[in-house]
Ligand binder design. Structure first.
Ligand code: ZN
Ligand code: FE
Length: 256
């Protein structure tokens, strides 16, 4: 099974998984790079998986569906540009001979879902759209801090070796913020160096791995004493874990 990130727009990735004959694509915001990759590798599109309704994730769905007849899987509660199989948390999708579990991850959008397969040739694979990024998380356009925190808690409980396929290459800017939050985190400093080398070579920093994200991603670490203290120092926040998480997200929004 091949797992590749098709770069698109300024910083999107459309994830393409294939077995040499059939392929699935996740969040194709534009049909052209997907059709080009399918043609070049002589692949049949077997499924289109969508995590949420934003145009940079759905812009190519109708054209790809029309051109290939591939079924479209998408969140039940979000508006989609093509007829689709509506999914909710707990549902399963079979594609490429693999069983994908649907996880509800509201926060970035209200109906956002993720796709998880516990074993793709030896390790789990997660497509999480704009919920979890390496070193960061999605903006809260439609959800509350409590919802996003709960969604990230769900993802953080997946196995250590889960490969995380995020929909954007935001890693370096996320890590610059993460370093402001946790300047004493050595794992974070090392990971930033590693990612800088990858980007200098024009390579994606993804997939990320969950074990590493738990060590370096402030949005998976908002209950850590060092992160809480940094948040409180930036803007005093009375209240529970969700309130602290909300202030952390706000800090990132304002960070330059
Ligand atoms: Zn989005
Ligand atoms: Fe996006």
């Amino acid at each position: 099974m091949m797992i590749t990130a098709l770069p698109a727009f300024a910083d999107n990735y459309f994830w393409l998984v294939h077995n040499g004959r059939d392929a699935l694509v996740v969040d194709p915001g534009d049909a052209a790079p997907v059709r080009e990759a399918l043609q070049r590798q002589q692949l049949q599109l077997a499924a289109i998986l969508v995590t949420h309704h934003h145009a940079d994730h759905t812009g190519g769905v109708a054209e790809l569906h029309k051109a290939t007849g591939a079924p479209v899987y998408a969140p039940a509660t979000e508006r989609m540009p093509a007829p689709c199989h509506p999914l909710r948390g707990g549902d399963r999708v079979n594609a490429l001979g693999l069983a994908w579990q649907v996880i509800d991850v509201p926060g970035h959008t209200a109906g956002h879902i993720a796709y998880f397969c516990p074993d793709v040739e030896g390790a789990p694979l997660l497509f999480c759209g704009d919920t979890l990024f390496s070193g960061g998380c999605g903006r809260l356009f439609e959800g509350t801090p409590a919802q996003m925190l709960a969604s990230l808690d769900t993802l953080s409980a997946l196995p250590d070796d889960t490969r995380i396929c995020c929909a954007h290459e935001y890693t370096l800017s996320n890590l610059r913020f993460a370093r402001a939050v946790e300047p004493a985190n050595d794992d974070l400093a090392r990971y930033e160096q590693h990612c800088m080398v990858l980007r200098e070579q024009g390579l994606p920093t993804l997939p990320a791995t969950l074990a590493n994200e738990r060590r370096i991603n402030p949005f998976l670490r908002s209950r850590e004493p060092a992160v809480r203290q940094a948040v409180q120092a930036w803007r005093e926040t009375p209240g529970d874990d969700a309130a602290i998480f909300g202030t952390l997200r706000q800090w990132k929004n304002e960070f330059r």
